[in-house]
Design a binder for this molecule. Structure first.
Ligand SMILES: [Fe+2]
Length: 440
């Protein structure tokens, strides 16, 4: 791997990110009593007390130990917190340090890393691994948030400035996306990319139509109400197997509320469906079944990236050579364009935030909900793993790609080439989807 000095952020700004990411971790669990910090053994979550310690361990291992050659802060750090070595189901039985000890360890690591950034000239390798550790923490802070949803805890209390209120409502209709050669993936001149984004390579995309917005709760309710969960023909073989094994009749956090109405659980509160919010917490099988019912399909990840990152070529044929880092261009994401960074502690209407539209008028391709694509997560041609080898390679072939980030994703983390991936049965992540179709 070649490590180049990242223009993404200065060492001083990066020190701010390190503090900010750690503080977000601490704030996301601060109100939980000790029994909730441990929580039940479920395959889709970690004990939160383990996971917050793992944040610090990961940063210590890569930055302080590997790059700086320092001895371990805790002799038991690897035995407790190495996610590659400590089997998931055993994490509830570990001799984990107390909350106070865990927090002290987390602060010690943070302070030493900040010190490395602010004193002396940090090497490119050091900067790379600090950035990596911040992004790793950003991914876990999103996971802490949906763990709280999974377990029915109250929404976290965060000191986040509320964004300006924006008009909402629906956002119906399709955008016409031209065909062309898409350079799918991250480019070497991008400031930071993960191994699974490397490198941009040509993919032919034929013209298609993509919904301007993600599928809403009202739209998904029509599928449920028309018996979509009971009709075998809408489901793939795997999807039907999953549906039967779970006896799934509707999205996981919905319940019937009488007179044909539905309620949805948002953390610890039940409320009537919000018709123009995107449907969220649906898995790939559910998204795929909805598409078949609607006579539509999921976009491939290349189609998604074409709709989010390209502009039409000047001559009107195909895509312009330059891709956009974000759907609206290259300006940094902010609350006028995206629902991210926990700004409203949930989703906004799919019609909100028109300033974030892509070149073709697709709305909210960043933020609000992750969007399932039809594509299985695979390596791009010429893939080689980066130093943290377990990030992508073990998961190729078994997961579906999601794109775009959700309301609890850090906006500093992602861009139009960013690939997320989960198994198709996961309903706990902040995922929805948008549909597409052949050209009219
Ligand atoms: Fe991790």
């Amino acid at each position: 791997m070649t490590v180049t000095r990242s223009p993404l952020v200065t060492p001083d700004e990066l020190a701010g990110w390190v503090r900010d990411a750690r503080q977000r971790t601490i704030d996301l669990v601060a109100d939980l009593p000790d029994d909730r910090l441990m929580g039940p053994l479920l395959p889709i979550i970690n004990p939160l007390i383990w996971e917050i310690g793992h944040m610090a361990w990961f940063q210590e291992k890569w930055v302080l130990r590997d790059v700086c050659g320092e001895p371990p802060i805790r002799p038991d750090g690897d035995a407790l917190y190495d996610s590659s070595a400590v089997a998931h189901d055993t994490r509830w039985d570990l001799p984990l340090p107390s909350r106070a000890e865990t927090l002290a360890y987390m602060r010690t690591v943070r302070d030493r890393v900040v010190d490395k950034l602010q004193h002396g000239a940090p090497s490119d390798l050091l900067l790379y691994h600090v950035i990596y550790s911040v992004f790793h923490e950003d991914m876990h802070t999103e996971a802490f948030t949906y763990t709280r949803q999974t377990l029915g805890y109250a929404p976290p209390r965060l000191a986040v400035e509320p964004p300006p209120r924006t008009a909402g409502g629906p956002c119906p209709g399709d955008a016409e996306i031209p065909g062309g050669t898409l350079m799918l993936g991250g480019a070497p001149e991008d400031p930071f990319v993960f191994d699974n984004e490397k490198w941009a390579h040509p993919v032919e995309v034929t013209p298609f139509r993509m919904a301007r917005a993600a599928v809403t709760q009202a739209e998904f309710a029509a599928f449920v109400d028309e018996g979509g969960y009971r009709e075998r023909r809408f489901w793939s073989d795997e999807g039907w197997k999953w549906r039967e094994s779970e006896a799934a009749e509707h999205p996981v956090y919905w319940r019937p509320a009488g007179s044909g109405r539905w309620e949805r659980r948002h953390f610890d509160r039940w409320a009537a469906l919000e018709p123009h919010l995107p449907v969220i917490h649906v898995n790939w099988f559910e998204a795929d079944a909805y598409c078949r019912w609607a006579g539509r399909r999921l976009p491939t990840e290349a189609e998604w990236e074409a709709a989010a990152a390209t502009e039409p070529a000047p001559g009107g044929r195909g895509f312009a050579v330059r891709k956009r880092r974000y759907p609206w261009g290259n300006d940094t994401p902010g609350p006028r364009r995206v629902d991210m960074d926990w700004g409203v502690m949930g989703c906004v209407d799919v019609g909100a935030l028109p300033d974030g539209d892509s070149a073709y008028g697709c709305r909210q391709m960043m933020g609000n909900v992750w969007e399932w694509t039809g594509t299985t997560f695979e390596a791009y041609p010429g893939f080689t793993p980066d130093p943290y080898k377990e990030y992508s390679e073990p998961w190729f072939g078994s997961r579906k790609v999601l794109r775009g980030g959700a309301w609890a994703t850090r906006s500093r983390l992602i861009r139009t080439t960013w690939r997320n991936y989960f198994t198709p049965d996961r309903r706990d992540v902040f995922a929805g989807f948008r549909t597409c179709a052949s050209p009219s």
